[in-house]
Design a protein. Structure first.
Lengths: 322, 322
């Protein structure tokens, strides 16, 4: 991965039709760290503006508390990148990018509840229900999920109605029992069982985290009106990096310190949770993740230099330390 | 209300373009009870077909358990009726009608949770979390909510994409903090307080139950491509019958037996809950409900005989005994 700092210069930036700087991507100057932090900053601004606190204030505050609690903003960034790669703009994709983060936040709030994973801390802060109570936390999740769909429809500009409907359907599918809800159910059912096979482990992760990651990438392309071949390539890219991401997450739970992770390390082992390292060992897990990333990148080969951000994000997954 | 039995005869039925019987509505032959039971039967079939049990079975079974637990199916029926009244068909509106019931069911499952109203029974059966556990109940609600949006987009035929997007936005708005979630929050905050004023009580009910009832009626008209004047009339009709419905619900909690209601009577009084009868007394509450229903019906006057079903549903609200 190229680590040169991205510099704004007439060579690699230009004012686009909306008067904003549009980065010309080329391998010599692209720096992922700068790219991610610039995109993250854009997403933070949009998320901050997405929910205003009105009466009854408590529910809006609870939704904002978790929505604006930081995080990598990987889903929004993937959505923006895939929309741009297929000829769309950041502006077209930002409402969907925000909706993806609202949905992701909903799943975290509900996962942390006492009846689910019973977590008191998330991203170094008290979880939603520890601050607002379980009832409000459940409702904050429901509110974020419902609002995500309204937000996409109300805020998206310059996208054909048919494409926007495809985004709505894709997101619904990615969250419902066919997606993250189904993955979470199987994860709960597998708890405390030590005879979980790799197929079950794959099902859990391709649904619990993979489905929304895949939707993030595919929705970006849907917004830009990409054709079926592109959509399939993006889907395979996203499924692969999603699974690689989870494998590395499991590996880091074993190898990294709590300080590096920003959350409790060694949690899976303590909970006797079946993970990729517990099935494959550390080395094979790392190898599998690397192969998935290579396959993911191969899907993007036809797009040339424009695919550098998504290529770099794929690489980042296997090289990250937290 | 006319109680003559609706008879299928060449005078009042004809085969429509889809080869189904289309009822010609006229005051002399319309019978609400038959109309509601016929419509309910259609909705039950569509709901039963809407969710298939696949792996992991438990979550699909949990969603079906609550979705197919009976009930009046008032929201779907309102949606179908309003779509027909504005020139649309039952076929066009059925996916949205089912989605409305999925969303309504989600709100019931989450409301019944121990962290919320903590109810063990609903419609004479054990509540979702008593059968499947709290974790699955939370996820079943999330799954139904997300699926509702996917279902509308995937299953609706013969509706313009722009109209369908309006339906998605309307539903999102009706469920989020701007709708039933906001109403539920205020309801929870008002518990145990005896200084709740009528404005707060109205806010709770226009949001907790009113918003989705309003969306039911308005979405039917949106699907048929109704103009703004019609949408506003339907919105006012629905807001009025929604509030009247709640007032009568409160009244019946005081005056009806548990057997009549199919749920515990006198629950509000026992919980020292502020209700319309506790603020206005029984008589004034009944009077207010009646006035709201009259105003609701006045909104439909321009539609003539075609509005008989929605008129009769409005009347039913104040005359019902359970």
């Amino acid at each position: 991965m190229n680590t040169q700092v991205f510099e704004r210069s007439p060579q690699n930036s230009q004012l686009d039709q909306h008067g904003e700087f549009e980065h010309q991507i080329n391998e010599a100057t692209f720096d992922l760290k700068t790219y991610l932090s610039e995109r993250r900053a854009q997403v933070e601004v949009a998320l901050d503006q997405s929910i205003t606190v009105v009466y009854p204030e408590k529910i809006y505050e609870a939704m904002r508390y978790s929505l604006l609690a930081g995080g990598k903003r990987l889903r929004p960034i993937l959505c923006l990148a895939s929309c741009e790669l297929t000829g769309g703009t950041v502006e077209m994709a930002m409402p969907t990018a925000c909706a993806l983060e609202m949905i992701h936040t909903m799943s975290l709030i509900h996962d942390d509840l006492p009846a689910m994973d019973n977590d008191d801390y998330r991203r170094g802060r008290l979880t939603n229900h520890k601050v607002y109570g379980e009832d409000i936390a459940i409702l904050a999740g429901d509110g974020l999920l419902a609002y995500a769909f309204e937000f996409i429809v109300e805020k998206t500009k310059q996208v054909q109605a048919e494409h926007l409907l495809q985004v709505v359907a894709k997101l619904g599918h990615a969250v419902a029992a066919t997606g993250l809800v189904g993955g979470q159910v199987l994860d709960l059912q597998s708890e405390g069982q030590d005879n979980i096979d790799v197929e079950t482990l794959n099902f859990i992760h391709t649904h619990k985290t993979g489905a929304l990651l895949e939707a993030s990438v595919v929705c970006g392309a849907l917004l830009a009106g990409a054709n079926n071949e592109v959509l399939h390539r993006f889907s395979r890219y996203a499924c692969n990096i999603g699974l690689a991401f989870q494998i590395i997450d499991d590996v880091l739970d074993v190898t990294a310190t709590s300080e590096e992770l920003g959350k409790t390390a060694g949690k899976d082992q303590k909970a006797h949770k079946v993970t990729y390292p517990s099935v494959w060992g550390i080395e094979k897990s790392r190898h599998q993740a690397k192969e998935l990333v290579e396959e993911a990148k191969a899907e993007l080969a036809p797009f040339g230099e424009k695919s550098i951000p998504l290529m770099a994000i794929a690489d980042f997954i296997t090289t990250r330390t937290h």
